[in-house]
Design a protein around this ligand. Structure first.
Ligand SMILES: [Zn+2]
Length: 310
């Protein structure tokens, strides 16, 4: 995904954790995370882009690439029941249903960052102000934003599909541009200072006349969708959960781009493929799932830190 999409997804995850629909037993920890975050939100455009701009581990940690393989692995981890990725479970093309993993380590990266975040929060709490080994809050916030980047990338179907759609007609880039254009079209952004403008509640300010069906669906679901704290089925941690996301993302790639297509497929032809439902439906579902996943991974980190403190 592109820079402003990443920042927007992270800000929307903060917004998600601030909703009435959050279960009562999570409200206190969600509120404390949201108010902590608000001090650092102006750094999200830079921080959530750090993995692409500076770390540059695109070929390894931003992806988990699958390919269909006859007699390959048929095990798919389940996602929490509120996931759109999961809702389409039974609708996937059969030829993608057995797979092997070709490259990438995205779930490991997310697990490692989540652990590192908890360690940093503990160190910060334990050490006195000015201690040479205490991380700053800005540093901790940046780790949260970086984590959101890897979590978000997992929801991009072409980050989980080994077919080379980043070459040839660059369909991968065009899909990500399509989403980024929507963010730019629908929200007030201060490009000069690389920050979003905020509404009266402190979340990304929507343009009054934007009128985009994908984005208004997402804004609506942020408020109304049921929040499930758990990782889904027998998933136990960030790694299990992100592995499940990557598997569903891979299946989605075969749903939106049939197996007989190669990288001569361009954006215009992609739009004529007549997938059912159409690409806008997939866009709104996978973007709202990405926001849910960032919120979920973050609140798990935060709660583990709070549990340790108490
Ligand atoms: Zn990336």
């Amino acid at each position: 995904m592109k820079q402003y999409t990443h920042a927007w997804l992270a800000l929307m995850a903060i917004k998600r954790l601030n909703q009435e629909i959050i279960p009562d037993n999570l409200k206190e920890s969600c509120n404390s995370l949201v108010s902590w975050f608000k001090s650092y939100r102006d750094d999200v455009v830079k921080g959530a882009w750090y993995p692409d701009a500076v770390i540059k581990d695109m070929a390894t940690s931003h992806v988990l690439k699958f390919s269909p393989k006859p007699n390959g692995d048929k095990r798919f981890k389940k996602l929490p029941g509120n996931y759109y990725f999961s809702k389409r479970w039974n609708n996937f093309s059969v030829d993608a249903n057995a797979y092997e993993i070709e490259s990438g380590n995205l779930p490991d990266r997310c697990e490692a960052l989540a652990h590192s975040l908890i360690d940093n929060l503990k160190m910060q709490y334990k050490e006195h102000k000015g201690s040479p080994i205490a991380p700053t809050s800005n540093h901790v916030a940046n780790l949260f934003f970086m984590l959101s980047h890897y979590v978000a990338d997992a929801h991009v179907p072409l980050h989980c599909d080994v077919r080379p759609f980043s070459d040839g007609k660059h369909l991968h880039a065009d899909i990500e541009k399509y989403w980024d254009d929507k963010v730019r079209k629908c929200y007030e952004i201060d490009f000069k200072n690389k920050r979003f403008y905020y509404d009266k509640n402190g979340f990304p300010l929507q343009k009054a006349n934007a009128n985009d069906l994908v984005m208004s669906f997402i804004e609506n679901k942020i408020e109304s969708r049921k929040f499930i704290f758990g990782w889904g089925a027998d998933n136990n941690n960030t790694w299990d959960f992100m592995s499940a996301i990557c598997q569903h993302s891979y299946l989605t790639a075969y749903k939106i781009i049939p197996a007989d297509k190669d990288n001569s497929l361009d954006w215009d032809e992609f739009l004529t493929l007549n997938v059912n439902p159409d690409f806008d439906v997939y866009s709104k579902e996978l973007l709202v799932d990405a926001i849910e996943s960032i919120a979920k991974v973050w609140i798990h980190v935060w709660r583990r830190y709070l549990d340790w403190r108490n």
